[in-house]
Design a protein around this ligand. Structure first.
Ligand code: SAH
Ligand code: SF4
Ligand code: F3S
Length: 447
């Protein structure tokens, strides 16, 4: 059993770990009571994330002790970014953990598990991205199908940006792009098994610079263009982008590639130039607005999404107001927003002008109210329109199927299970805060 926290990269890594352990004879289970092996695939992005992991480990330790008493084994592995950041500390803090493995070395997990015997406990947090991708086995068609019609493909890992609040450059290492041929092969394999939507993922996915077989470097725009030629692939997305790497070529791709969905997750973090500078973001509010303007020119219906941090050290009321102004000016379809959480080892944490909790909470509430309002307005605007929905799974109620709009909204309709895996035209009849309801216009698949 793999429990994943954090970003899409961890979701992807969890599937690759499952593929890897499948080859070793492990079968996936969602039930802790059945599991011989529990992997916590952890996130270190905010303080609470790590705390949650230790409390989860405490519970697992009790379960493991009960198992031991029955003479049955249960191994506990800590993977992901807490594993990378804390390494052996995890073994010290929780005696029940057998293996600690980082996000760039989990291909060695089978070996580590074999060695973790008779009280022997191991840590491996080496950065070995290229080895990792070479060593991972390909999933079978059945495994791919079981995971559904929308899949992630990692194209880039790591980060060289060093935003002053963020641990990712320390846990994921330097930016590395996967070779073009690897990405094409993995995507083709997924599409052959029935996947209709691919989301290219990376900590800075638009910093992608992968080599082709002739040794030439491809940017993300070129990669998307090539992937769009794969027959049977209906939709392409990419996430997460950094404003600094938002090239005109990538913006133009939203105009020239119909399969590229009109939805861009582009974290702004703040609307105050002063705070952005101190965050080491290397862009100002005007740059962000300009990117959005150019994106909307290329693809007028593009929906924007962002991440925001409130209460970064030194953030004044006026700085926060600048964030609100940016949000008002753009109008986001959906967004994540967080209170600044000091992460040991990052420049932001060392500052002595931390914002008090109360002010952070107030600002977060005000920002989230505005973002919620915008999300509702965005959803409401879909009512009465016809849009293409890619159906992914049965709906919550009998006779319903559920899927996603091009703008990543959840949509449910009354419809046949056979429509799952295909795009179909839907007339939207109602909108809620988190989903849309519609009616199938035609049951003919488009592709
Ligand atoms: N690589 C992406 C996302 C990184 S983490 C990017 O550059 O945007 C996802 C989000 O977590 C960030 O966008 C940021 O909004 C938030 N985050 C990161 N570190 C944080 C911290 N110390 N406190 C609060 N939020 C944080
Ligand atoms: Fe973190 Fe900044 Fe890198 Fe994103 S770009 S992963 S926020 S350091
Ligand atoms: Fe978290 Fe690591 Fe992703 S810290 S957000 S799991 S890169």
């Amino acid at each position: 059993m793999v429990k994943s926290y954090g970003c899409q990269m961890n979701v992807y890594d969890a599937t690759r770990m499952a593929d890897l352990l499948g080859r070793e004879g492990y079968a996936e289970t969602q039930n802790e009571d059945d599991a011989d092996l529990v992997i916590l695939n952890t996130c270190h992005i905010r303080e609470k994330a790590a705390e949650k992991i230790y409390s989860e480990l405490g519970k697992l330790a009790l379960a493991k002790r009960a198992r031991d008493a029955e003479g049955r084994e249960m191994k506990i592995v800590v993977a992901g970014c807490v594993a990378q950041a804390e390494g052996e500390e995890v073994l010290k803090r929780q005696r029940a953990v057998d293996v600690v493995v980082g996000p760039q070395s989990y291909h060695r997990l089978p070996d580590l598990l074999r060695q973790a015997k008779n009280g022997r406990r191991l840590t491996d947090t080496e950065f070995a991205v290229d080895d990792k991708f070479r060593a991972l086995p390909n999933p079978s068609r059945a495994q791919i199908r079981a995971r559904g019609v929308a899949a992630f493909v990692t194209v880039q890992e790591g980060c060289d940006k060093f935003c002053s609040f963020c641990v990712v450059p320390y846990t994921r290492g330097a930016e590395v792009s996967r070779p073009v041929a690897d990405v094409l092969a993995e995507t083709q394999r997924l599409v052959d098994a029935g996947v209709a939507e691919i989301t290219l993922i990376g900590q800075n996915v638009n910093a992608y610079r992968g080599a082709d077989q002739a040794g030439r470097e491809w940017g993300l725009a070129r990669l998307l263009e090539r992937l769009a030629q794969i027959e049977g692939l209906a939709r392409l997305r990419y996430t997460t982008s950094h404003p600094v790497d938002m090239t005109q070529a990538l913006i133009d791709a939203h105009e020239s590639i119909p399969k590229l969905m009109p939805y861009v997750h582009l974290p702004a973090q703040s609307g105050s130039d002063r705070v952005l500078k101190e965050m080491n973001r290397k862009h100002g509010a005007a740059d962000y607005l300009d990117i959005v303007r150019r994106l909307r020119k290329a693809r007028p219906d593009v929906a924007m999404s962002s991440d925001f941090i409130v209460g970064f050290p030194g953030e004044s009321d006026a700085d926060f107001e600048a964030t609100m102004a940016l949000v008002r000016e753009i109008g986001f379809a959906s967004s994540f927003s967080f209170k600044y959480s000091p992460r040991p080892g990052t420049p932001g944490a060392a500052r002595d002008d931390q914002i008090d909790e109360e002010a952070k909470s107030e600002r977060l509430a005000a920002l989230q109210a505005l973002l919620d309002e915008q999300r509702r307005a965005f959803n409401d605007a879909a009512v009465g329109r016809e849009i293409d929905v890619l159906f992914e799974k049965p709906g919550r109620h009998e006779g319903q199927i559920a899927g996603k709009s091009p703008y990543l909204q959840a949509v449910h309709v009354e419809g046949p299970l056979e429509a799952i895996g295909r795009e179909a035209r839907v007339k939207i009849i109602a909108a809620g805060p988190n989903s849309l309801a519609g009616r199938l216009v035609s049951e003919e698949a488009k592709a």
